[in-house]
Design a protein around this ligand. Structure first.
Ligand SMILES: [Zn+2]
Length: 323
């Protein structure tokens, strides 16, 4: 028997089998890149951390013990906010290293680095600490744009693969408009990644089940991780995808999460992502516990078993984090 694998939370290592129910793709704070460079923009740290911690704490009432913050370094990631919010709320937060898409992020410093230089930086953040602190990341986040993988995005995907192989940290991705998931898997496969440790994010931006099964059959996990972003896709469609994949035996390859923005700075972050979908609801502030009070009970009502829901919420995170 090998010792149970430990995962880095922002407050230190935790056994993978202690994570409990996990939200696999959320954000504590998020800014459009460069927001912090305009000196007229300022944080109200105390107000914001208190608000975030309060929203996080409600997760414990639903039995959710852990949240993965999928914010890459170029979207305003704040180690300080994650540490404080975790301390005050009692929710484990697993932070990410990595880079966002070329059209909305990816500072030119990183564009000029080689694949292995980017991988070395990711490994540093996973093993030494993020952004000059000793707080370690526990996951790797990379992204691709709409309908194509840019040259720099491909570098980041390959760097993520290499950092994953050196550290065992899982890979979480962003995709745009439900495209390029299969192509992301191609790159990870070429690099020799264990695909069971990869989450192809935002697959719920695509309503074609062939897209999802194409990824599931290869052993990678799919993210139905924008639950509640109804202006991108109605939640009924996400529920349909979940029910189909669960019925086909893929429950432990399904990520159910919300991509909640937490605290948003500057313009609303998702404004430029997609035009409103048919059946879109008016927007409201989304909360971390929304999925637990809305989407999950509806899955139960439609006959999805508790065991299948636990496969999504407990078994999948344990597998992805290397148990
Ligand atoms: Zn996200």
């Amino acid at each position: 028997m090998t010792a149970t694998r430990q995962v880095n939370t922002v407050l230190g290592p935790v056994s993978v089998n202690q994570l409990g129910w996990v939200l696999m793709h959320e954000h504590v704070i998020i800014c459009n890149p460069g927001w912090e460079l305009d000196a007229r923009n300022t944080y109200d740290r105390e107000r914001d951390v208190a608000a975030i911690a309060g929203k996080l704490a409600t997760l414990l009432e639903y039995g959710v013990k852990t949240l993965v913050d999928a914010t890459p370094i170029d979207l305003g990631r704040s180690v300080e906010y994650m540490v404080e919010a975790s301390k005050r709320s009692g929710v484990n937060i697993i932070a990410s290293t990595g880079l966002y898409s070329e059209n909305r992020g990816f500072p030119s410093y990183f564009k000029s680095r080689s694949i292995d230089q980017i991988a070395d930086w990711m490994v540093w953040e996973l093993t030494e600490g993020m952004s000059g602190t000793t707080t370690k990341a526990g996951a790797i986040k990379v992204a691709t744009g709409l309908g194509k993988i840019g040259q720099y995005e491909e570098k980041a995907l390959r760097a993520a693969a290499r950092a994953h192989k050196r550290t065992g940290a899982p890979i979480l991705t962003h995709t745009d408009g439900g495209t390029m998931g299969g192509e992301q898997v191609d790159v990870f496969e070429e690099e020799g990644v264990d695909l069971s440790r990869v989450v192809i994010g935002h697959c719920c931006g695509n309503s074609d089940l062939r897209y999802h099964y194409g990824i599931l059959r290869r052993g990678a996990n799919i993210g139905l991780d924008r639950i509640g972003i109804t202006y991108v896709m109605p939640d009924e469609v996400r529920r349909g995808i979940a029910m189909s994949a669960i019925a086909a035996g893929y429950a432990s390859q399904l990520v159910l999460s919300q991509d909640t923005e937490g605290q948003i700075y500057g313009a609303p972050f998702f404004d430029s992502v997609a035009p409103p979908a048919e059946g879109a609801q008016p927007r409201r502030q989304r909360l971390y516990a929304d999925m637990m009070s809305g989407f999950i009970p509806k899955l139960r009502e439609t006959g999805v078993s508790e065991r299948s829901i636990e496969a999504c919420m407990v078994d999948l995170p344990r597998k992805v984090f290397g148990d």
